[in-house]
Design a protein around this ligand. Structure first.
Ligand code: 13P
Length: 284
């Protein structure tokens, strides 16, 4: 078993009108929970890591653990570079075995965003690596960066058409009202805009910032072309809350195998719910 690109996975989801859940992982335990749960539910799944995750856990460790997880669970797995910005960093990680990349140039002016992304696509497609890019910008906590909601802006559907044609990307991340991290107010998604983007663009669309968004809104997004749903914060909260509770009930606990287990169980519940929400169970 080896790590695969997300191209076919996302095209299958687009044809079948469901979405692939993409979970941000950080270590052995998060990878185990996500992969074992997806395997039990026969769901395709994407494991995502931001640059700071690879710095924290180590590229070689993450690639090796994901490859082993794919093999042990007999599940073709995609390890995806989430919010990467540097071509040299992407090249290095592709050469280490990663086959799915997000190049995030959404902070750059339109023409520079296109040039940057087109360069990455040119490199990645030579290695059969799929590429996602973002047009528009989400607010909230993005890896180590806080993007103020004033700096966020929504995806323009006609610009999206030009962007996809000129970059050659395989999937497009859209900004339609979701944000990374915790929501301070009730989130609202601009479904009219999403429907228009879907009319203009024929590649799979990606929803970032899916934690804290209702199941109903996620399902409606999927019906309008979202084929990949990114989840990070909901997993972190479930894990941390369960570990904190265990430690408060067992103040003398010091064995990680004991206090991490309730965190893994809480995370498993979230992964199951997101797979059901994406309607990806049984789609292997
Ligand atoms: P959340 O942390 O809001 O779930 O966002 C995850 C994400 O979009 C990763 O790219």
């Amino acid at each position: 078993m080896y790590l695969i690109s997300t191209r076919e996975m996302l095209k299958n989801a687009q044809r079948g009108r469901y979405a692939i859940p993409a979970f941000n992982v950080h270590n052995l335990e998060t990878i185990q929970v996500v992969v074992e749960t997806a395997a039990n539910m026969a769901s395709p799944v994407i494991l995502a890591g931001t640059p700071s995750t690879f710095t924290y856990a180590g590229l070689e460790y993450i690639v090796s653990i994901c490859t082993q997880a794919a093999s042990l669970n007999k599940l073709p797995l995609a390890l995806h570079l989430d919010h990467h910005e540097e071509l040299t960093d992407i090249c290095h990680k592709v050469k280490a075995g990663v086959r799915s990349v997000m190049i995030d140039a959404s902070h750059l002016p339109f023409a520079e965003n296109i040039d940057t992304v087109a360069n990455v696509v040119q490199f990645c497609h030579r290695y059969d690596v799929s590429v996602e890019a973002e047009l528009g910008r989400l607010g909230g906590q993005e890896d180590e960066l806080i993007v103020d909601s004033k700096e966020s802006f929504y995806t323009d559907p006609s610009a999206a058409k030009k962007y996809v044609a000129q970059t050659g990307i395989d999937s497009l991340a859209v900004a339609i009202g979701s944000a990374h991290g915790l929501y301070h107010d009730e989130p609202h998604l601009d479904f009219k805009r999403l429907a228009e983007i879907q009319r203009q663009v024929d590649i799979p669309l990606v929803l970032h910032g899916a934690s804290g968004i209702s199941e109903e809104m996620i399902r409606q997004s999927i019906s309008l072309g979202i084929c990949k749903v990114n989840v990070a914060t909901d997993l972190k909260i479930a894990f941390a809350d369960a570990v904190k509770q265990y430690l408060s009930e067992h103040p003398d606990a010091n064995d990680p195998r004991k206090y991490i287990t309730p965190g893994k169980q809480a995370m498993q519940q979230v992964v199951e719910n997101k797979i059901l929400m994406c309607n990806s169970a049984g789609k292997i």
